[in-house]
Write a protein that binds this ligand. Sequence first.
Ligand code: CA
Length: 258
Amino acid sequence: MDTLLLKEPSCNYPSVLSYLSFFIVIFASYMFRNKKIKLKAVLFDMDGVLFNSMPYHSEAWHKVMKSHGLTLSREEAYMHEGRTGAATINIVFQRELGREATQEEIESIYQEKSVLFNSYAEAERMPGAWELLQKVKGEGLTPMVVTGSGQLSLLERLEHNFPGMFHKELMVTAFDVKYGKPNPEPYLMALKKGGLKADEAVVVENAPLGVEAGHKAGIFTIAVNTGPLDGQVLLDSGADLLLPSMQALCEAWDGLDL
Ligand code: CA
C-alpha cells in the first residue's frame, strides 16, 4: 500500500507522527475497501482533476484582476479553486474595496476572465484521468462531474476528451448551485441527481475547498494533489485519502478493491 502515501517517510519526521500517518493511511484504505462493496458512483471534480487547466485559470484570474487594479496572485487563485466566479470576485472586492461587487461587475469580470482563459491553448486531459475513468466505467460504476465551472466551452470539451463517459443530466456545474464549494451543496446535488446515498459515492478532488465540500457532504473524499499546494492542506481540509497525482490514483485503484 506504499502507493497510497503522498511522500516517502522523511528522516526528519518525528517517529510518532510517522507511525500515526502510516496508520491513518491503512485505516483510510480499509474504510475504502469496505466502501467499494456498495460503491455506485465516482464524483469527479473537473479542473485540476480531469483537465490540467489550473495553470491557465490562475493566470487568467491574475491578469484580469490586475487590469481592474485588483490583486489576486496565481498562488491565491489555487487556494480559491472550486469557488464560483462570483464568490472569488467578491472575496477580492471585499478585501480591497471593502464592498461586494455589483452584479454587473461580476458578470463583466467573469466574462473577461472567460475570454482570456479561452484565448489560451486548450487544457489537456490530466495524465491518468482517462485510464482511471475506463477502470471506473469497467467496474459498472457511474462517473459524474461536479464542478464550480460555468465555462461552457470546457463542459462541451468533456464529451470530446472523455467520449461516452459522462451524461449531461448527471453533471453538476455552476448553473446548478447557489453557494458552490466549499459548501457541500454541489456534492449533495450530485447525490440527488444520481439517486445516491453518501456512502454509495466517492469524491475525487484536487483543491482544498473542493475536498472540504466533499467531506462536509459526508462522502469519502480522495484528494489528488495535482497543483503547487502542500498536500497537508488537503488533509487538513478533510481528505480521507491523499495521492500525488491522477496517475497514482489510477495505479492504486485496483489495489483498493477487495
Ligand atoms: Ca479542481
